[in-house]
Design a protein around this ligand. Structure first.
Ligand code: ATP
Length: 230
């Protein structure tokens, strides 16, 4: 097999928390750059020359290669990476082949992107521990923002969500303990952001003021209903 052209030294020599990102499209590249910004070493792999050139120097190692080749993954020492992200989407066959190889190599912490429910089901059935649906989840999140009652929405698993919203007027001027928010609304206020101030942890003695923002967690229906209160 031809020698791979690797930018950034030997990818098999990485720190123990390094991450390999396979597929450097919009999702993979943004994920890889965010990991780098947080101080994590990243090996990026993509078969498209222009993609690899764009990221050269911005990731610890960048390689132009087709990850469906078993020998390629071996040569790059991908199995040595504790965490591998398969960010190949619409190239369904490549996503499934690459993921199967990683599972065969015994990589434990695999994160794979799915572009459809069917794609996600296949990845889950193969045994991928973390299947993510960026387009679906972002669509849901933006729908909540478009509706206007909340300023941010994070879909947690098992029917839970975390939102950023303004508290209803009925809670202004009362302490959270006094208002018994959990009992009255079935949600938990975890933090408060006063107008012009900083985020602070919420306690039973926290008193909300108008202009505050709050972080609220609980069952989706409950947090949605809470955000809809005025
Ligand atoms: P985006 O993240 O841009 O939304 P997408 O969901 O449309 O991407 P694809 O276009 O299938 O997904 O793939 C994303 C990236 O994965 C592309 O840059 C593509 O070159 C890369 N890719 C495709 N096949 C392979 C492969 N066999 N090995 C490694 N990377 C691949």
């Amino acid at each position: 097999m031809a020698r791979l052209h690797i930018f950034g030294g030997d990818p098999a020599r990485n720190s123990s928390d390094a991450v390999a990102v396979i597929g450097l499209g919009r999702f993979g590249a943004s994920l890889a750059l965010e990991l780098m910004a947080g101080g994590t070493e990243v090996l990026g792999i993509d078969p498209v020359e222009s993609v690899v050139q764009d990221l050269n120097g911005k990731l610890t190692h960048v390689v132009r290669a087709d990850a469906t080749g078993e020998e390629v993954l071996r040569q790059l020492g991908v199995a040595e990476y504790g965490r591998v992200v398969v960010a190949i989407g619409s190239h369904l066959e490549a996503s499934i082949l690459t993921t199967s190889l990683l599972l065969r190599f015994g990589v434990k912490d695999i994160w794979a992107k799915a572009v459809s429910e069917a794609h996600g089901t296949i990845l889950q059935q193969l045994g991928v521990p973390h299947v993510v649906f960026p387009e679906r989840d972002m669509g849901r999140r933006v729908a909540h923002l478009v509706r206007g009652s909340m300023q941010d929405y994070v879909d947690l698993e098992a029917g839970y969500a975390l939102i950023k919203t303004r508290p209803p007027s009925s809670l202004i001027g009362k302490s959270l303990g006094q208002a018994d928010v959990r009992k009255a609304h079935g949600v938990t206020i975890v933090a408060r952001h006063p107008d012009g101030g900083e985020w602070e942890d919420a306690t039973p003695s926290t008193v909300l003021a108008s202009g505050d923002l709050v972080l609220v967690t609980g069952r989706k229906r409950r947090v949605e209903a809470f955000a809809a209160l005025t």
